[in-house]
Design a protein around this ligand. Structure first.
Ligand code: AMP
Ligand code: MG
Length: 322
């Protein structure tokens, strides 16, 4: 595994073309990429992450025309509408796939998930590689998503390169919104910074559903337990007993809230974009702090972006709830 700077991208791009594995920054979280059209290379992602093969990957592109290679033709007009408004950016679109997409990428489903990231390093790397890049988050399966190259490095996965970018905390910081376009319906499979309301505004004549309302369509890989730190993580409430080894993560500086010596704020004002951007890095800091034995985290609202944040927190705390 070799750490490289953004000035050495051509080395990493060549590695991708030749079937290797490269971790790189995106505006959501760090991705672990492989040539999406090379099934052996993609198999490497599953084995490096110990990711179960029922969990399909998102294919990253740098040019809109690549969807004509990846999606079955004709492509639904809604895809172009969404792409025009939200790409490059944190939106993943699932649509029927073309024959060229190996089934290992989609866990044997007929549809493939595609996204065009806005991070300049991601764009340049994919462009130089000249191939679409399948990339889940660059962490071992089930663990916290990485928002810094250091978070990737500490995972000790068997990969070829890590491209060092800035910490992602200034950007989105949580995974993309995932929508599926099928039979005139758009289903929001995974909440993110781009909300269902914004999607509905973009696709006026389309029905936009949340997964609870479209029970026919399930997204594999959306597990109840996910994104977990290696220490117990619980929701903070009035009964929480704070000791000197309790880490506390809050999203707003408020009177009346009890702080422990180990308190981190994802935002001082409760700004949900800031909370999302700092969420995983705060959890990583608690995970790395040898004096913290257990972590308590405050809930946020479930409205707007809060839905995406609470989705991650519900999964991260799941295994510790009775
Ligand atoms: P990750 O790469 O870990 O951020 O997550 C990718 C997620 O996108 C998967 O866990 C699925 O929930 C969703 N996804 C990817 N490909 C498909 C697909 N072909 N159909 C439905 N959902 C998908
Ligand atoms: Mg992941």
């Amino acid at each position: 595994m070799k750490l490289i700077s953004e000035n050495e991208l051509s080395e990493a791009a060549e590695c991708l073309r030749n079937g290797g594995l490269v971790a790189f920054p995106t505006e959501t979280v760090y991705g672990l990429g492989a040539n999406a059209l090379n099934p052996l290379a993609v198999a490497g992602i599953f084995s490096a992450k110990k990711r179960p093969n029922f969990d399909p990957l998102i294919v990253h592109i740098s040019d809109l025309r690549q969807i004509e290679q990846l999606f079955e033709l004709p492509i639904n007009a809604a895809v172009y509408k969404l792409a025009e408004q939200f790409w490059p950016g944190p939106l993943t679109i699932v649509h029927r796939k073309s024959a060229i997409v190996p089934s290992i990428v989609t866990s044997d489903l007929d549809a493939v998930a595609v996204r065009m990231p806005s991070h300049p390093i991601a764009q340049k790397l994919i462009h130089e590689a000249g191939v679409p890049v399948a990339a889940p988050s660059a962490n071992r399966f089930g663990q916290l998503s990485p928002t810094s190259y250091k978070h990737v490095a500490k995972q000790n996965m068997e990969i070829d390169y890590i491209v060092m970018g800035d910490d992602v905390t200034k950007a989105v910081g949580i995974e993309s919104t995932v929508v599926a376009i099928e039979n005139g319906i758009c289903t929001v499979l995974r909440p993110g910074i781009i909300t269902a309301e914004e999607i509905q505004k973009c696709l006026l004549d389309f029905e936009v559903l949340t997964p609870e309302k479209n029970t026919k369509l399930v997204s594999p890989g959306l597990l109840q337990s996910h994104y977990s730190p290696l220490k117990p993580l619980y929701y903070l409430d009035d009964e929480t007993v704070l000791t000197e080894n309790t880490g506390v993560i809050l999203h707003k500086k408020e009177d009346g809230v009890r702080y422990s010596d180990k308190t981190i704020f994802t935002s001082e004002t409760g700004n949900l974009l800031e909370v999302a951007a700092n969420l995983f890095s705060s959890l990583h800091r608690m995970e790395e702090d040898a004096e913290v034995n257990e972590i308590y985290i405050a809930r946020t609202t479930e409205d707007g972006i809060g839905k995406a944040i609470m989705d991650r927190l519900n999964k991260a705390t799941f295994q510790y709830r009775s």
